[in-house]
Design a protein around this ligand. Sequence first.
Ligand SMILES: [Zn+2]
Length: 92
Amino acid sequence: MNAPEHVTVHAATGRLSLTWNGGHTQWIDNATLREHCPCSTCRRLAHAGHAARVEPHVAIVDMQPMGYGVQIGFSDGHAQGIYPWEYLAAIT
Ligand SMILES: [Zn+2]
């Protein structure tokens, strides 16, 4: 899956926007992103029914392009999650 044309952190509203090829713009709340963290620790916790408690105003403090997706660092100190583009596209 191709990378979006634009990935923008909207700090004031606590959201991420992704503009996909063709112009469709997807919005995802930071807290929703954090809840969907795909790292092995979060997936193991979620599988065990102990999903991380997410602070509702968690912020994005870092983004590192990884080719097939993006690694996102959050203000709660968690930065292990690498979000593939197709995974992000499926978050509603
Ligand atoms: Zn995680």
